[in-house]
Write a protein that binds this ligand. Structure first.
Ligand code: PXL
Length: 291
């Protein structure tokens, strides 16, 4: 098993001084309190030495008067398409930019319409790395609507992904398998790879029993268990977003998928150790934790 100690000297060495930084795009929702979503992605990109770009798909505002459920407002499809158009013109393959944008992270899309808009944009530009955090259900979303969104995500975005980071619930949904222990988490990672062709980092997190937070990486050849001691038994806001964003940042800098997964696990473990408390009933991961 790989243990996790964040190596800030190695990180500094991986960011070339003076050269244009690598760029990465997140297509994600805003989460107003800054713990999750595009805000978490941009902070992660910055910490890992990557120039971050965010194109927003929706705005989520927790409702403190309703058990902190999510109030969800989609961004107009035209506005999503405009953001993607601007980003591609500025940093895409034809832009002449010194660092070409070839790495994108997909976070919360939130509706079948947004999924179609994003799928068309992704199909039109040749991204080398498409990291999918398959955010399936948003707390407080209407279940029928969420089901349509799940099916559209599986049909239209999953086939475009080169790297997928499902949590326990999402791994069960994508694989169709029940996940109760490490062996079933491994089986789910293998199944999701077979379905998508992508490298998979399936997260057991706090959901599997035992002293360690265990994730499984599988890319069709290498199966590696990434493990770190659990920090508490409650999930921290932004852990999933930051993990996928850290994978994205590392891929943008040229890391292999397995290296990216290892660095991301260390980054998130350090961020959870240094988490931020607030008036909300959950803590948020601190991307500055590794420092
Ligand atoms: O952590 C999943 C997530 C992703 N994106 C947005 C969110 C959340 C959870 O709150 O609000 C915008």
């Amino acid at each position: 098993m790989t243990s996790t100690a964040f190596d800030s000297a190695a990180l500094a060495a991986s960011v070339p001084a003076g050269d244009a930084p690598a760029v990465a795009l997140t297509i994600a929702g805003s989460e107003a309190t800054g713990g999750a979503g595009a805000q978490a992605d941009l902070k992660t990109f910055q910490e890992l030495g990557v120039f971050g770009i965010a194109n927003l798909t929706c705005i989520v505002s927790f409702d403190p008067k309703d058990n902190w459920n999510h109030r969800f407002v989609p961004v107009d499809q035209e506005v999503i398409a405009h953001q993607l158009e601007a980003t591609t013109a500025a940093y895409g393959a034809e832009s002449g930019a010194p660092s070409v944008l070839d790495t994108v992270k997909i976070g919360m899309l939130g509706s079948p319409a947004t999924i179609s808009t994003v799928a068309s944009a992704l199909s039109a530009s040749a991204f080398k790395n498409v990291v999918l955090d398959p955010v399936l259900i948003c707390k407080g979303q209407e279940p029928g609507h969420a089901l349509d969104t799940d099916q559209a995500l599986k049909a239209q975005i999953l086939p475009l992904a080169t790297f997928v980071t499902p949590n326990h619930f999402e791994a069960e949904s994508l694989s169709g398998l029940e996940i109760a222990d490490l062996e079933s988490l491994k089986a789910a990672a293998v199944r999701i790879h077979e379905l998508s062709g992508a490298a998979v980092l399936a997260k057991g997190g706090v959901r599997l029993a035992g002293p360690d937070a265990v994730d499984v990486y599988y890319d069709g050849e290498t199966l590696e268990v990434l493990s770190a001691p659990k920090v508490g038994d409650v999930a921290v806001s932004g852990a999933g977003c930051s993990l996928a964003a850290a994978v994205t940042a590392e891929l943008a800098k040229g890391a292999t998928p397995l290296e990216a997964a290892r660095t991301a696990k260390s980054f998130v473990t350090a961020g959870i150790r240094n988490r931020v408390a607030s008036g909300a009933p959950f803590d948020a991961l601190w991307q500055g934790g590794p420092r």
